[in-house]
Design a protein around this ligand. Structure first.
Ligand SMILES: *Cc1c(COP(=O)(O)O)cnc(C)c1O
Length: 395
């Protein structure tokens, strides 16, 4: 069977919630992907900011194979070695106190919301607490996460959502202040907005929010699902702001391809929120997923991934800035580290993305008019050159 046959098979069986590009990806090596016919693609999408170590990292693959032969699943009624090790490494990297492993980003958000509500409930036993979220945010598709996702188009058909959510404007501290009430239990935001169009939080904004939270005993939830795990040059983006969250969510690159997420609690939230019986999951913290997480932290250290991201970022920025200078329809570059966006004016981004695919380059879009660049973190200068060449051809 060839690509066309598999596409037809999928189209006849998979629920149609995605408009997929007509490509069947079959294998990967380093920062390249190959379709069923063997065509090569330079990958600046990394499975949506997931596969940071590149495809076919031998040590990562061996760790997973070893765990498969040993033990794949146990449930959370017992302890397992990879879970303990992965949790310890995640806490050391973040300086936070407690971790709960989930299977996805959206579940990490659900847990974060529950932890914040429980924290507030323990204080006053009232059941009408509010959460402030940001417009143009993205936190996931399950109902709780969707409720704090500032995108009307995603929300409308699924109402009523969870109650008590208010929206403020990202990078506008006054609009956050206006939304705060006595009932506010949490403020949730992405340190760098991803799906909304690659908008890094401004330092004054994040620090201002932290001050409000500290003053009113509101929990700060930072969603690091896309911008965390080294993507911006520090293990977590908030570490560059000197603003520590009370709750952090992780997923995407946490397992570098194995489905896993986590919500991580700081000291305050860990001491007084979720207790035995409050939350659970069959798969979360599964030995196979946690073997991946544990190895990812090891390899980040061994390969000094953070130093590489910091070293290579100015080169990517320079190349993208040169494109903005050269082409009138490119309005601006935004981003942090290897999470960059080019805002496009007057041309459909989807068309550029499609043409790039034809030219053997995977880039993805964000928002309605942004080209998003989230390559594996091991990307090299020559591969950045190759990307800009293929991208220009696609303009
Ligand atoms: C992808 C993403 C999510 C949702 O994660 P899933 O694993 O798709 O459920 C939540 N928040 C942010 C910032 C994301 O980028």
């Amino acid at each position: 069977m060839c690509s066309k046959d598999y596409i037809e098979l999928a189209e006849n069986s998979i629920l149609h919630t995605y408009n997929r590009f007509p490509v069947v990806l079959d294998k990967g090596k380093g920062v390249y992907l190959y379709d069923l016919e063997g065509k090569e693609y330079l990958d600046f999408g990394a499975g949506i900011a997931v596969f940071s170590l590149g495809y076919g990292n031998e040590e990562y693959n061996e760790a997973l194979k070893g765990q498969i032969d040993k033990l794949i699943h146990t449930s959370n009624l017992y302890y397992n070695v990879p879970m303990a090790e992965a949790a310890d490494k995640l806490l050391k990297a973040s300086g936070m106190s407690r971790v709960f492993f989930t299977n996805s980003g959206t579940e990490a958000i659900e847990g974060a919301i529950k932890a914040a509500r429980k924290y507030a409930w323990l204080k006053d036993k009232s059941t009408d607490h509010e959460i402030i979220a940001m417009r143009h945010s993205f936190h996931g598709r399950s109902l709780g996460a969707l409720s704090v996702t500032g995108n009307r188009h995603y929300q409308e058909p699924f109402k009523p959502l969870i109650g008590g959510v208010k929206f403020a404007d990202f990078n506008d501290l006054d609009s956050v202040k206006e939304a705060v009430t006595e009932k506010t239990c949490a403020i949730i935001l992405e340190t760098v907005q991803g799906e909304g169009g690659i908008y890094p939080a401004e330092e004054g904004f994040l620090k201002g929010i932290k001050e409000i939270c500290a003053e009113k005993d509101i929990l700060l939830i930072l969603d690091e699902i896309q911008c965390g795990m080294g993507r911006t040059g520090s293990m977590f983006a908030w570490q560059q702001y000197g603003v520590e969250p009370d709750i952090m969510t992780c997923a995407k690159a946490l397992g570098c391809g194995v489905p896993v997420g986590a919500f991580v609690l700081g000291e305050k939230a860990a001491a007084k929120s979720l207790e035995p019986g409050d939350h659970g999951t069959t798969y979360g913290g599964n030995p196979l997923a946690c073997a991946a997480v544990s190895k990812v932290f090891d390899l980040f250290e061994k390969q000094d991934i953070l130093a590489h991201v910091r070293e290579i970022t100015p080169y990517l920025e320079e190349k993208l800035d040169a494109l903005v200078d050269k082409y009138d329809f490119l309005k601006e570059r935004r981003g942090k580290g290897l999470m960059q966006g080019l805002e496009v004016m007057g041309r459909p981004v989807g068309e550029i993305v499609s043409r790039a695919l034809g030219n053997g380059l995977i880039v993805i879009s964000a928002g309605t008019n942004v080209l998003r660049f989230v390559p594996p973190l091991i990307i090299s200068r020559s591969q950045i050159d190759e990307m800009t060449e293929k991208l220009e051809k696609s303009f």
